[in-house]
Design a protein around this ligand. Structure first.
Ligand SMILES: [Fe+2]
Length: 275
């Protein structure tokens, strides 16, 4: 999840082909590593291991669902009032440099709000879901969100626009197979993804109260930098993440050795932080 991010900008300066450490790639890195270990130590169980995660994959034909006016004027006003009540100390600064944003994870009022969407999100995506986590994201004029694929703890994301200075497009590729973050990519990999016609990017434009529901753990997505300049620019968003009911043990890489009864999976680097 967001706390384990790595800065895409770091990679873009890294020179020739090298693994691309996009935001939220730790889980996929652990999964591909675990898959290699299973193939080596108990190859007869490889299919079982791989298919155990099918529930976390996004149907190939899923495309983001636009939900204009999901929040009416009164609901939006109530949400903004809740946010104004959040103390400064609750704001997390660790993504200020990389995303140009401040975030607040799992605020109790946001989690209560998220609870009211569980059934509807389940209907929209076609499977029963439960809450994974949520965060408020306050982008500043430095706002940017480089191309990335989320960990499956964000299999389904309801992205709600709360307030903004500018309509800020978000772009989604079609559903793709889980890429291996270990694979070398050219230094300009992020731009190459944006330009790749085979990824069939679609764009959503949100106004306050609008939302888009997407499957970010199986689709590249990004926002280009806010235009910058002298005037104050900002975009306040609420991200609610949902997962299929009962999948939390699969989401926690640290649980895999016991879950699958394969102690060698303890050797996966970063196992305990991949979520
Ligand atoms: Fe994302």
């Amino acid at each position: 999840m967001a706390d384990t991010m790595t800065d895409g900008a770091q990679v873009e300066q890294a020179g020739n082909a090298a693994p691309a450490r996009w935001y939220d790639a730790d889980w996929l890195r652990a999964w591909h590593e675990a898959r290699s270990i299973v193939a080596r130590v108990c190859p007869g169980r490889l299919d079982e291991f791989v298919h155990a995660f099918d529930v976390l994959r996004t149907p190939a034909d899923f495309r983001p669902l636009r939900l204009p006016g999901l929040f009416g004027a009164e609901e939006l006003a109530a949400l903004r009032r809740s946010i104004r009540g959040i103390p400064q100390a609750a704001f997390e600064m660790h993504e200020a440099a990389t995303f140009g944003r401040f975030v607040v994870h799992d605020h109790p009022e946001m989690t209560a709000l998220q609870r009211t969407f569980v059934d509807r999100v389940g209907e929209w995506v076609g499977e029963p879901v439960e809450i994974s986590y949520n965060f408020l994201s306050f982008y500043t004029r430095m706002g940017v969100c480089r191309p990335h694929i989320d960990a499956p703890s964000a299999k389904w994301t309801l992205d709600i626009c709360i307030d903004q200075s500018d309509v800020w497009p978000i772009h989604f590729s079609k559903v793709v197979p889980w890429p291996d973050p270990h694979a070398p990519r050219a230094a300009d990999w992020a731009d190459a993804i944006k330009r790749d016609p085979a990824l069939d990017f679609q764009t959503a434009l949100l106004s306050p109260g609008d939302a888009v529901l997407f499957g970010g753990s199986s689709a590249w997505h990004y926002r280009d930098p806010l235009p910058g300049g002298d005037r104050r620019q900002f975009c306040d968003l609420l991200f609610m993440h949902f997962v299929p009911v009962g999948t939390v043990p699969l989401l926690r890489a640290g649980d895999w050795p016991e879950l699958f009864g394969i102690p060698e999976l303890q050797d996966v680097p970063g196992l305990d932080t991949a979520y």
